[in-house]
Design a protein around this ligand. Structure first.
Ligand code: ZN
Length: 102
C-alpha cells in the first residue's frame, strides 16, 4: 500500500518578493533611499532608515542626520510614554473614585 503524504509547506513562487513595490501617490514628494530606492514621506524617516538598514554605507553627514533623527525620535517617545502613563493614572483613579462613590 502506498501512501501519499500531502505536503502543506509548498510555497507559491513569488518572484516579486525580492523587488518590493511601494504605493506612492503620483503627486507626493518623496525622499528616496540612495542605497535601496525605498521612498519616504519625511527626511527624518529616510535618515532613520539609512541608519537602521544601511549602517555600514553611510558617510559622516548621513550618520549625523541619523543621530539627530534618532534623538528626536527618542525624545518624542519619552514624551508619549509620560502622557500615556498620566492618562492611565487619571483613568485608574477616576474609576476608583467612581467605584468608591457609587
Ligand atoms: Zn535603504
Amino acid at each position: 500500500m502506498t501512501e501519499t503524504v500531502a505536503t502543506t509547506d509548498e510555497q507559491p513562487a513569488s518572484p516579486s518578493a525580492t523587488e518590493e513595490t511601494y504605493d506612492v501617490p503620483a503627486d507626493a514628494e518623496t525622499y528616496d533611499c540612495s542605497y535601496c530606492g525605498r521612498p519616504f514621506a519625511r527626511e527624518d524617516w529616510l535618515a532613520l532608515h539609512r541608519g537602521l538598514a544601511h549602517p555600514n554605507d553611510l558617510d559622516d553627514a548621513e550618520v549625523e542626520a541619523f543621530r539627530a533623527a534618532h534623538e528626536d525620535e527618542e525624545e518624542s517617545l519619552a514624551t508619549f510614554r509620560l502622557q500615556a502613563l498620566g492618562a492611565l493614572v487619571l483613568i485608574y483613579f477616576g474609576l476608583l473614585m467612581i467605584y468608591a462613590l457609587v
